[in-house]
Each structure stands twice: as structure tokens, then as C-alpha cells.
Design a binder for this molecule. Structure first.
Ligand SMILES: [Zn+2]
Ligand SMILES: [Zn+2]
Length: 64
């Protein structure tokens, strides 16, 4: 599973676990920025270790 933003292997910034979607719903949520992703390993909001982009469901584009 690669980060949507930097295309490196998506790794949780809190626990350094590689994020693998446990199911289809979680996999599809990754391509929907309004759906927050919770790391199954540590329970924190998933933040990409490499580019520090949070998958918190917040739309960071002020134009939209
Ligand atoms: Zn990233
Ligand atoms: Zn984690």
C-alpha cells in the first residue's frame, strides 16, 4: 500500500507499522480524502511517516 501523496510505502508515523487496509472498505477509504483512516496498530489517526500527510478526513484544499 503506497501513500497517495508521496507514493512511498504507507507507514504510520506513530508506530512505524506499514498500513495495510484490513478490508475493501478501508482500501476504498484511502482514495476518499473525507474518510479518516485509523491505524489498526496504535489507534491513532494515520499520518504518513514520509510526507507527514494526515489521513484525518480533513480536506486541506481551501478552494473546495
Ligand atoms: Zn506520504
Ligand atoms: Zn500506528
Amino acid at each position: 500500500m503506497d501513500c497517495l501523496y508521496c507514493e512511498k510505502p504507507l507507514e504510520c508515523d506513530s508506530c512505524r507499522d506499514l498500513y495495510n487496509p484490513p478490508g475493501l472498505a478501508e482500501y476504498q477509504a484511502l482514495s476518499r480524502p473525507e474518510v479518516p483512516i485509523i491505524c489498526p496498530g496504535c489507534g491513532a489517526t494515520l499520518v504518513c511517516h514520509w510526507c507527514k500527510t494526515p489521513y484525518d478526513g480533513e480536506d486541506d484544499d481551501p478552494e473546495s
